[in-house]
Design a protein around this ligand. Structure first.
Ligand SMILES: NC(=O)c1ccc[n+]([C@@H]2O[C@H](COP(=O)([O-])OP(=O)(O)OC[C@H]3O[C@@H](n4cnc5c(N)ncnc54)[C@H](OP(=O)(O)O)[C@@H]3O)[C@@H](O)[C@H]2O)c1
Length: 376
């Protein structure tokens, strides 16, 4: 599939917004290409031009939209971080990794920059290098292929980097607060199928029990019937885990229920335990969520500093750093049939408002995907 561009301007449709006071809309965007001596116009040496087929939404899209104050200017800002599509132009430095026509997928995170719900994305692979050629053994549809990169990478980074000092392994006991969130689903599958951990406890609503146990959770706690998670968690430690506390706690929804009694649920730090959150102390409210609100919580900073100084328990609050390491790891797991992708719902490009409404509901079980290519 060789596409020859005869002008330096590639014009296409994308979903964009200017600021938090204006709605998302379909706009015409332009990428400027570079002239070559023999093939018309192409991309920079480190760039990959992708014709996007499908793109998934993430709560961070709403966080960024809600945070896009006038100070960030009125330049169009894109929707979407995950994508799958086809490489239509490959920069000269990337020819060992990609060929024109390759099926590709990855995460492209440029806060307040272009998004992936766009007919084309131009990716500087040196700066945003999580894109991968999809191996032929990965038998996912385009919609499924767009529905894992950001959340899988976040789960992988949590287990690899932000756990305690002891690597997660066969003797680990893991608690996932929000086992039914898209990040939680991937974390459960990684913990069970890759690290083969001993036990996983998931906090989710009762309506997701069968779903999370199907992915690998051993026990569940229904957050809808407990105002505070400490008591039911202590009960599971006592009855099901025979007194064994957790090696790693991962919070994917936000909260602070355990901090006052952390020693009752988390093993001692000297045994390599850790607690990580990707949200902070407050439950995320996708409708009003704002990246600046998270940063105003003193407790998070106090815990990060005391953890870094070696006081108390090992605590991390982190933002994903996309990496080829995680996306290629997922490809291996897809080929080995050890990772399932759950798509909650799928929308046409023109129906992006319905997709955003579903995302805002915080009820999606799996990813919300927008079909960018009409024929999907
Ligand atoms: N820091 C980072 O780098 C990073 C990266 C990715 C995501 N995140 C953040 O992580 C959070 C999760 O993202 P996501 O895309 O995985 O979420 P998601 O898939 O949109 O989560 C939806 C699910 O959350 C569950 N849920 C809702 N309220 C809950 C509660 N109080 N306790 C437990 N589960 C609850 C619901 O399942 P049930 O009610 O049926 O259990 C629902 O199906 C978001 O706030 C997102 O912004 C941060």
């Amino acid at each position: 599939m060789s596409v020859r561009f005869e002008t330096p301007h590639l014009t296409f449709r994308a979903i964009t917004y200017k600021n938090c006071n204006e709605p998302f809309q379909i706009t015409e965007e332009t990428i400027t290409l570079t002239k070559t001596s023999n093939e018309g116009y192409t991309v920079g040496d480190d760039e990959l031009l992708v014709e996007v087929h499908a793109a998934a939404l993430n709560p961070v899209d709403l966080y960024l939209y809600n945070s896009s104050y006038w100070i960030f200017g009125n330049k169009p800002k894109g929707l979407g971080r995950d994508y799958c599509g086809v490489a239509v132009k490959v920069g000269s430095n990337l020819s060992a990794k990609f060929s024109v026509g390759d099926r590709v997928a990855g995460v492209y995170t440029r806060p307040f920059g272009p998004g992936t719900v766009s007919e084309y994305v131009l990716i500087n692979h040196k700066k945003f290098g999580s894109t991968l050629r999809v191996p032929p053994g990965v038998l996912l549809t385009d919609v499924e292929l767009a529905a894992w990169p950001l959340v899988f990478s976040t789960a992988a980074e949590a287990l690899e980097v932000h756990r305690g000092s002891k690597p997660i392994g066969k003797d680990s006991v893991v608690l996932v607060i929000g086992g039914a969130t898209a990040v939680g689903q991937n974390l459960i599958q990684l913990a069970k199928n890759h690290y083969q951990v001993k036990k996983i406890v998931s906090v989710n609503s009762a309506s997701s029990n069968a779903f999370v146990t199907g992915l690998g959770a051993d026990y569940t706690i229904d957050y809808t019937v407990h105002q505070n998670l400490l008591k039911p968690t202590l009960e599971i430690i006592k009855t099901e885990l025979e007194g064994e506390k957790f090696d790693f706690i991962m919070d994917t929804v936000g909260g602070s229920d355990y901090f006052s009694d952390i020693n009752l649920v988390l093993k001692p730090r000297k045994e390599g335990s850790g607690y990580a959150t990707i949200v902070g102390d407050q439950k995320s409210n996708y409708v009003s969520a704002n990246i600046f609100k998270v940063l105003t919580f003193f407790g998070i900073f106090a815990r990060i500093i005391s953890s870094a100084l070696g006081w108390g328990f090992k605590y991390s609050y982190f933002l994903l750093t996309p990496s080829e390491k995680y996306t290629s790891w997922a490809m291996d797991m897809f080929e080995e049939k050890k990772l399932k992708v759950t798509v909650d719902s799928c929308y046409a490009f023109e129906d992006h408002q319905s997709a955003l409404a579903r995302l805002s509901s915080n009820r999606a079980q799996g990813k919300i995907v927008i079909k960018v290519k009409k024929s999907l």
